[in-house]
Design a protein around this ligand. Structure first.
Ligand SMILES: Nc1ncnc2c1ncn2[C@@H]1O[C@H](COP(=O)(O)OP(=O)(O)OP(=O)(O)O)[C@@H](O)[C@H]1O
Ligand SMILES: [Mg+2]
Length: 326
């Protein structure tokens, strides 16, 4: 049963069948491979890893866009992979997702007022038109837009403003958990900080849990309480945000972090630049054993076996070569 965690993901697998024709050999992409982690109420869990490692597939599985092949997703102690009827309806209110592309995620033919009212109608909230109008005005104010924006259409806004509208839309149903899938990567650098600050402020006011997906581990560190690092469908390290950032244990996390400048002089001095050799293997044909073994400077015979996630201090790491004494 649930050990008191708000979100509990256990042994989750997401597989895509990309077989070309009926007579071709079966081709499966194992996008999420035996992933387990937890998120507490009101917490931000940052998920990082290179393009194609399975971050969006994981996020989409949690909101139910992708059906997981196997594994458990529990929210508030309830298995959400087989919901229907009333409980599915309630789940869709509690868990929301913000997407990378604020252009594609808003219906161009609806006004902002309609876009923000629609989820309230679907979920039977603020039943009278007057109450909905009041709530729309309040939502626009929350995300820093003006009440007279209600009659405008999405194309009349900038990218940053559109992302604010997407955020307002997710807030319309009072969610307790929002999956943010690279919500700022399509935006101008100057706007990114504003959106991040907005998300943090909303979280503080409403105690919402975030799964925050991004490439940039520096930014993820800034916003997250804990961080998970993914490689080729696997979660390879999980820990408190500063711990993972300043004292990474998995060789892949070390390599990821070695590529970015660190302002802390003590950490900066001791950190060697690690250049990873070779390409990320194809998820259609992953290496046997440890997924990182083909590029890992520490790889040896032992790495032909899949390493299990183990606790090292406050970190969990899947590597045969992390020293027990760290
Ligand atoms: N609908 C799909 N059908 C088939 N394969 C898919 C599908 N969506 C994703 N994949 C494959 O699954 C793997 C993981 O993709 P995913 O989009 O989850 O990665 P990501 O970590 O979100 O990458 P990015 O950082 O580029 O957004 C990739 O190999 C990708 O090509
Ligand atoms: Mg993605």
């Amino acid at each position: 049963m649930n050990g008191g965690h708000y979100v509990e993901i256990s042994h989750l697998d997401v597989i895509y069948d990309v077989t070309k024709g009926v007579f071709s050999p079966k081709q499966l992409v194992h996008a999420v491979n035996d992933v387990s982690f937890t998120i507490e109420a009101g917490e931000t869990f940052g998920l990082v890893g290179e393009s194609g490692c399975g971050k969006s597939s994981l996020g989409r599985a949690i909101v139910g866009i992708n059906k997981p092949r196997s594994g458990d997703i529990r929210i508030n102690g309830q298995d959400v992979t087989h919901l229907h009827g009333r409980s599915l309806h309630d789940f869709r209110r509690e868990v929301q997702m913000i997407f990378q592309d604020p252009y594609a995620s808003l219906n161009p033919r609806m006004t902002i007022g309609e876009i923000l009212s629609e989820p309230m109608v679907i979920h039977g909230l603020h039943r009278s038109p007057g109450a909905r109008e009041e709530r729309v005005t309040e939502l626009l104010r929350t995300v820093g837009l003006k009440p007279d924006h209600v009659r405008r259409y999405p194309h009349e806004f900038s990218g940053g403003q559109r992302q604010r509208i997407s955020i307002a839309r997710t807030l319309a149903v009072n969610p307790r958990f929002i999956i943010c899938d690279e919500p700022i990567s399509a935006l101008d650098v100057s706007i990114q900080a504003q959106i991040i600050n907005l998300l943090k402020q909303i979280q503080k006011e409403r105690n919402i849990a975030y799964l925050f997906i991004a490439h940039d581990i520096g930014m993820v560190k800034h916003i997250s309480d804990r961080i998970g690092v993914m490689y080729l469908g696997h979660l390879v390290e999980v820990g408190d945000s500063s711990e993972v950032y300043f004292h990474p244990l998995h060789p892949y996390t070390k390599a990821l972090l070695s590529a970015i400048p660190i302002s802390d002089p003590d950490v900066g001095k001791s950190r060697k630049r690690i250049i990873l050799e070779g390409e990320i293997p194809s998820p259609l044909n992953p290496p046997a054993g440890c997924p990182f073994s083909t590029r890992c400077p520490l790889a040896d015979e032992a790495c032909r076996r899949m390493p299990k996630m183990q606790q090292f201090g406050s970190h969990q790491v899947a590597c045969h070569h992390v020293n027990q004494s760290v």
